[in-house]
Design a protein around this ligand. Sequence first.
Ligand code: GCU
Length: 428
Amino acid sequence: MWRGLCVVCCCFVLISCGEEAAEVSAPPGPTPLPAFEELPVQEAPPALLEMLDGRAVESAAQWASERRPEVIRILEHYAYGEAPASEGIAAEVVAEYDDFLNGLGVLRLVRLRYGPDLAGEAEVLVALPKARSGPVPVFLGLNFFGNQATTTDPRVPLTARWVPGRIVGVEGNRALEASRGAVAERWPYEEVLRRGFGLVTVYHGDFDPDRDEDSDGVQALYRAPGAARGPHEWGTVAAWAWGLSRVVDYLVTDPDVDGARIAVVGHSRNGKAALLASALDERIALVISNMSGCMGAAIHRRRQGETIAAINLFFPHWFALELRRFDELEERLPFDQHFLIALSAPRPVLIASGADDGWADPEGEFEGARGASVVYALLGSEGLGAERWPEVNALVETRLGYHVRPGGHGIGPEDWAVFLRFAERHLR
Ligand code: GCU
């Protein structure tokens, strides 16, 4: 039963029409991006409200029409790589149970097809509160080990994909029955459903397995056979962000989901992807990025915790090859991570940290949010309500929000308690 979603696209037609029109009226094109060698040394994080050609960004309209697209180009070109426009998706509800969590919820298993010829496939788990009077807001997040690891419910199929061997129940990079519920404490379905939200998750490996291998993942579907990875080609984090948008493509068609209230949430590497997805996809109504650190919310120029050189060394597949040119050269970056956060303005954003999570530089994550605040102000919205790194557990509950909890790297019920509070305030 294919649910009739098919957004097969006329984007290419539209784009080429636009180009023809541009030739006639010849408006000035965007400023070319400088080659790496031409980038100036900037010891302080670059200004968000200054165009590459030196002009000040003075209005919301100029942000939307000029600077926002320019910031996207900068981040794609030097850092995350350029993701293609989607050809559309197809979605099929493959199973539905109305007794999830002893009848508290509905469990809907959706198969999504994406990419050229719809050759890519992802398994989406949609959990919804049964007691609902209309479409519900949802949290959507990528998971690390397959949907089966997020819940003990035996009806969730084991992922058949390559999975990292860091949890129980994975042997030879295959998920076994023993992996069921292995990270269930990260996914408090019951509490989320009780609070009236749906919870939707998908294994990030359904879009690109987390390993340094060019032949797999959605990028390979778009690359010419035998072609090498190009310098600005999208890395794994961009593929994950793109995947989140494909799930949003589905969610906005699900009659039980309020498509105007989709909150994307992500922890750590998935928090990097969550921020990028929200940056690029304005249908995402709210984003929560937990302990996203380097290439997430943390400012590089502080040189605390994980550096660009370290992330490129340990995770060579995550970003565009171009980013390697900035190893040990943070001062040459034509952006810093406040650029990424600011692209979600004026939508609600929560940056969450762990006080002892030094590798992710919690104070640097706060500084990332603080740096993005100018765009909220320009757009007449509420920016970050704190000038200094706050005490632990003191939620900065402004539309651009921040929270630091005691302890180190991780995500669990106490983090979700903060996420729910933030979403109840800003998504209702
Ligand atoms: C590593 C990596 C981080 C990442 C983290 C995670 O620590 O260096 O950048 O955020 O893994 O995803 O848990």
